[in-house]
Design a binder for this molecule. Structure first.
Ligand SMILES: [Zn+2]
Length: 241
């Protein structure tokens, strides 16, 4: 038994077993399905191994599911104008066999549906952030934007009041000259909202800083929470029963 397989099944309470075999060896896979008396095969291998496992499941007469599909190949002589072997073609060619034997094969059920959903949500959030930033740069004052950036930096560092941000970095974030960024920081310092030290900004009055910030950050956060809800693990607030 391979050690990685053993590690993976540890804690399974004896319900799982691991075997080492050559995934190209259709005969060996068929035999293993039979000796282990499997009801179904879930093929999570690299797509190059789809066909041997697919055929083995058919030979052994069990339900089959896979995450990928049999691979495509370009047309041998005219690859830029004619389709060659398309994704899944080799599997669909055996559809009749599966039907005749009254067996079910679910092909290409994928890691993709779940994962592409997460990617689409991420893209949605990224775009929302970009659009909001564009609008923010166009209509909100440098003071508002500076306050927004500092508050958001705090939020990303567990509300640490010491924000490791130089005048230079803040200026870059705001797209203004360093002296302009320093002048904004001077204003906040004069109001006792923050202090600056070498390489860092120390927030003294978060509420005041928040009040000076535009609401762009909040808009983006609300969007994230709505679109990515359920993606990140959240702590359920404990409710009194
Ligand atoms: Zn803004």
């Amino acid at each position: 038994m391979p050690s990685s397989g053993s590690a993976a099944i540890a804690g399974g309470g004896g319900r799982f077993a691991a075997f080492k075999l050559d995934a190209r060896d259709e005969q060996a896979i068929t035999e293993l399905i039979r000796t282990e008396r499997c009801d179904a095969v879930l093929n999570a291998l690299d797509p190059r191994f789809v066909m041997p496992v697919f055929r083995a499941a058919l030979s052994a007469g069990v339900t089959y599911l896979d995450m990928a599909m049999s691979l495509s190949r370009p047309h041998a002589s005219d690859p830029y104008r004619q389709p060659g072997v398309k994704l899944g073609d080799e599997q669909f060619a055996l559809a009749g066999e599966w039907e005749r034997r009254g067996l079910l094969a679910l092909c290409g059920i994928g890691v993709e549906p779940g994962l592409s959903d997460v990617f689409a949500r991420y893209a949605d959030c990224l775009l929302a952030q970009i659009f909001q930033s564009t609008a923010c740069n166009a209509i909100h004052s440098i003071e508002q934007r500076a306050a927004k950036w500092i508050v958001s930096a705090m939020e990303r560092t567990n509300e640490d009041a010491i924000v490791p941000l130089t005048h230079e970095q803040l200026a870059t974030l705001l797209g203004v000259g360093r002296s302009y960024a320093s002048r904004v920081l001077q204003t906040f310092k004069a109001e006792a909202t923050l202090e600056t030290r070498r390489g860092a900004i120390v927030v003294k009055n978060r509420a005041a800083l928040q009040a000076r910030a535009c609401l762009c950050n909040e808009q983006v956060k609300t969007h994230f929470e709505e679109v990515l809800r359920g993606v990140y693990p959240t702590e359920e607030p404990s409710r009194p029963s």
